[in-house]
Unconditional design. Sequence first.
Length: 159
Amino acid sequence: MMIREYKREDLPAMIRIWNEVVEEGIAFPQDDLLDFNNADDFFASQSYTGVAEDFGRVVGLYILHPNNIGRCGHICNASFAVSSDLRGHHIGERLVCDCLSTAKALGFRVLQFNAVVESNASARHLYEKLGFTQLGTIPGGFLMKDGYYANICPYYKVL
């Protein structure tokens, strides 16, 4: 498996994978789905968009962008998505590790996750394994697809 910057021809697979996570309604803050009219603009507007490719198939992706502006513009944020049929195969770990090195190369100093849902045990375990620090818990910070307000746990890692 290799991780590389996305290309336009990757968009159909990227849209499918991204929308799987959005439709699940338990991880991403977005509730609008991507389509061919808005996906390229969305992915191109990031500081970096990477894809995990395995035997010519896009199996996961990440977006990396500033978390804020101006005096806080050195802190970045990222989102990760792995094809639902391949979760549990350490693709997410490879994506996060690539994101950490890319963020540092782009001059960011800290990677911060604003809204890791407390019940997302696999993501939380991975982030902690990779040395991220939990900042606390925000009660009811994430509206789940079923209408329940779940706690979120912000994380950060100095690059």
